[in-house]
Write a protein that binds this ligand. Structure first.
Ligand SMILES: [Mn+2]
Length: 387
């Protein structure tokens, strides 16, 4: 049986100021084409279909379009809710949609009830474990310590118990949305550490043939049988080195796994560049980033004037500016109170300007500061008279 494993679509999410709906629609086209051209028997989507609980209408329309196209292809699809989805909202109409072969698994209580597909070699049981927020599902799974490992272990016990009741040659697939030990995070996953240690050992999933993971946005192989597909699109500059893809998994008659990476379309490459503004504007090696989405880290000791306007002349798709000025290390161990002792408000303000910008105020800026302090003092004096 040939599976296509993807996750973390985050429909409706923007990348900095860029609306990603066009790129997300391009990915759905690619997904549908892959299902058709590569003879995919089933699609598994491991959570974070949407970026938030109440997604924008355009994202809901895109999801609706994806469901209809997958159903029209006759490719059974199993989807779980992730930590970004509202399980309740995503699960609306799941029973009806399931009759069209699109199985939305958003109920923690149903994790031991698989979607059963079959091929010439027998049955394949696909268990959808929606994102299990420990505090919310600890009663359902009757665990003492409401941690990620405890609730996933309890859910997997139900999976194994169900599997034990089936024909011995039944192959099994688990979909889960979790942070598995050994996985490499990026900046665009919402933290799930509230309430304890987030990372779950891969051994929790022992006993099944393939584990289709979602949550981490980089494609990763934890073990041959336990993989993250990663998101199809980048959602932070920390993903600049990612190669966005899906896993095409051939599940053999004996439960063996052969996985192939299928690349996703790249709407625009990502580049992180670093240096002084004047260098970035002329460095010939940066020429290749002219069409990229760029994050520039400026190391100028003094913040240059209009850096964004100047950068976008060379890199029109600059989306993010970071200032990390080179400066001499400060004298350590001097307390804040000691640094302020015996100085006027004006001196403290001028030092502050020098600290954040790298250079102190010029004459004009000094007089602006002076006027501000004078105005505050005058106001205070008036209040005392009035009060
Ligand atoms: Mn995600």
């Amino acid at each position: 049986m040939r599976l296509l494993h993807t996750s973390d679509w985050h429909l409706g999410r923007a990348f900095h100021r860029v609306n990603m709906l066009g790129a997300q629609a391009g990915f759905i086209d690619h997904l549908v084409a892959t299902v058709r051209e590569r003879g995919v028997d089933a699609v598994v989507v491991s959570g974070d279909v949407y970026d938030r609980a109440v997604p924008p209408l355009a994202a809901v329309e895109l999801f609706d379009d994806a469901l209809h196209r997958l159903a029209a292809l006759g490719a059974p699809t199993v989807m779980i809710s992730g930590n970004h989805d509202s399980a309740r909202r995503l699960g609306v109409g799941a029973g009806l949609i399931g009759r069209a072969g699109i199985h939305l698994r958003t109920e923690p209580a149903a994790c031991g009830t698989p979607v059963v597909l079959s091929d010439a070699h027998g049955d394949v049981a696909l268990y959808g474990l929606p994102y299990l927020e420990p505090a919310l599902v600890k009663d359902e799974f009757v665990v003492e310590k409401a941690g990620h490992e405890a609730v996933l272990a309890a859910a997997m016990e139900r999976v194994r118990a169900d599997l034990a009741t089936r024909a011995p040659d039944t192959r099994s697939v688990v979909l889960a949305h979790a942070f598995v030990t050994g996985g490499e995070p990026s900046d665009s996953e919402r933290d799930i550490t509230v309430g304890g240690v987030a990372a779950v050992p891969a051994g929790v999933f022992d006993g099944v043939d393939y584990v289709a993971l979602g949550h981490l946005h980089g494609s990763q192989t934890i073990t041959e049988r336990v993989r993250y597909s990663g998101s199809p699109l980048p959602y932070s500059f920390s993903e600049a080195a990612h190669r966005k893809s899906m896993w095409l998994v051939d599940l053999g008659a004996d439960g063996s796994v052969a996985a192939e990476r299928v690349d996703c379309p790249v709407p625009r490459p990502l580049a992180r560049i670093r240096g002084r503004l004047e260098e970035l504007l002329v460095d010939p090696t940066l020429e290749r980033h002219g069409e990229a989405w760029v994050e520039a880290t400026l190391t100028d000791p003094v913040r240059p004037a209009e850096p964004m306007a100047r950068l976008t002349e060379r890199f029109p798709h600059t989306l993010s500016l970071v200032f990390d000025p080179e400066r001499a290390p400060e004298e350590p161990g001097v307390s804040y109170a000691r640094r302020l002792a015996g100085r006027s408000d004006q001196q403290i303000a001028e030092d502050f300007v020098a600290h954040v910008r790298g250079a102190g105020p010029d004459e004009q800026e000094r007089s602006v500061l002076q006027d501000a302090f004078d105005a505050v003092r005058a106001d205070l004096a008036l209040r005392e008279v009035a009060g």
